[in-house]
Design a protein around this ligand. Structure first.
Ligand SMILES: [Zn+2]
Length: 342
């Protein structure tokens, strides 16, 4: 294994801060795959997934190509066990592709983005964590603008994401996607600006590494490496038992929030399908009186529940995915509402 260091900044104590990059190369040329961890500094599961993959590659050398890994994309946040960069409070995953002359996070983002892009990868996997109470899943980005190649890159990203073996979803609809700067995530910048296939995995929750989620990450990445013929797998590609299978694609919905303060009691589990109007959770006040029941506004699959039982108004308590309309469905609906009395 080769280790390369990327200089990121000089600290106040004059120390040179560097980002280690692990590289495993085969003698034969072939695809280049990147793995990124701790882009959100407290989402640490990906670090161990990367370590396991590199240990595996030590025993089972790559047949072709190269695997690059940045175990910690956000070292300053990682040191403080914080999602953001503590220097300026910015979320690096809302600041890509970065800016050489911007704030600290934008400069760091630019350095990382350039380091990845210059290797011309065939796929970049950014390893994140949602909540402990979640199914493992993948988010594929949305197209921004009409630059040629974007839709093809996202289609390629989706097809590769399906090889990983867990539930695959598109990110939230385009308005929310832009409003929350999700169009400036690492994977959004790679797919939309550099036409490099990429997707983001959500494995478990922040702060704590659970072995079950590490194994899922390792198996998914092995599936991908086998798909590119970079390794041989003795067994058939692994598929998670929690993988949601639908005819049409899934997309993440806007947040399901509560409006009252109290204690949350859930009626649903991650991975479960719920019908419109079905109760998802209730909020009781500290005396046990029901203050609010939260119902599903649409048929959806529960993806994750937050790792906290205390609620306050506006708290996002459930992350869910809905089935996208099949092509042509929207038009049919409009036709119906235009002629309601006929
Ligand atoms: Zn994250």
């Amino acid at each position: 294994m080769e280790i390369k260091y990327i200089g990121i900044l000089k600290g106040i104590d004059l120390s040179e801060r560097r980002l280690p990059i692990l590289i495993e190369r085969a003698k034969e040329p072939g695809p280049t795959i990147w793995l990124c961890g701790a882009t959100h500094g407290n989402e640490v599961t990906g670090i161990r997934v990367i370590q396991r993959i590199f240990n595996f590659l030590k025993r089972n050398p790559l047949k072709i190509g190269a695997v690059y890994a940045a175990p910690v994309i956000n070292p300053l946040g990682f040191e403080m066990v914080k999602r953001e960069n503590p220097y300026d409070g910015e979320d690096i995953n809302r600041n890509f592709p970065g800016d050489d002359t911007g704030n600290t996070t934008e400069r760091l983002g630019r350095t990382i983005f350039n380091s990845i892009v210059e290797t011309k990868p065939d796929l970049v996997i950014d390893l994140h964590s949602d909540t402990l109470n979640s199914i493992p899943y993948i988010i594929v980005d949305r197209p921004i603008g009409t630059k040629s190649g974007i839709v093809e890159t996202l289609e390629k990203s989706w097809a590769l994401a399906e090889k990983f073996g867990v539930t695959v979803t598109h990110d939230i609809e385009i308005e929310g996607y832009k409003k929350y700067n999700l169009d400036k995530s690492l994977t959004a910048a790679l797919t939309n600006r550099a036409q490099i296939p990429a997707f983001l995995t959500e494995l478990g929750g922040p702060n704590v590494i659970y072995e079950s989620f590490v194994r899922i990450g390792v198996r998914g990445i092995k599936n991908i490496l086998a798909h590119f013929n970079m390794i041989s797998l003795e067994e058939a590609p692994w598929i998670s038992e929690t993988k949601i299978k639908t005819e049409c694609r899934l997309e993440i919905t806007e947040d399901i929030v509560c409006n009252e303060a109290g204690i949350i009691e859930y009626f649903v589990k991650p991975g479960q399908f719920v019908k419109t109007g079905q109760p998802l959770a209730q909020v009781n006040n500290i005396l046990g009186k029901n203050e609010e029941t939260i119902f599903a506004k649409r048929d959806c699959y529960v993806i994750s529940l937050i790792d906290q039982s205390v609620s306050f108004p506006g708290l996002n308590i459930v992350n869910a995915a809905v089935v996208q309309n099949p092509p042509g469905e929207e038009i049919k609906k409009e036709e119906k509402t235009e002629n309601p009395k006929i």
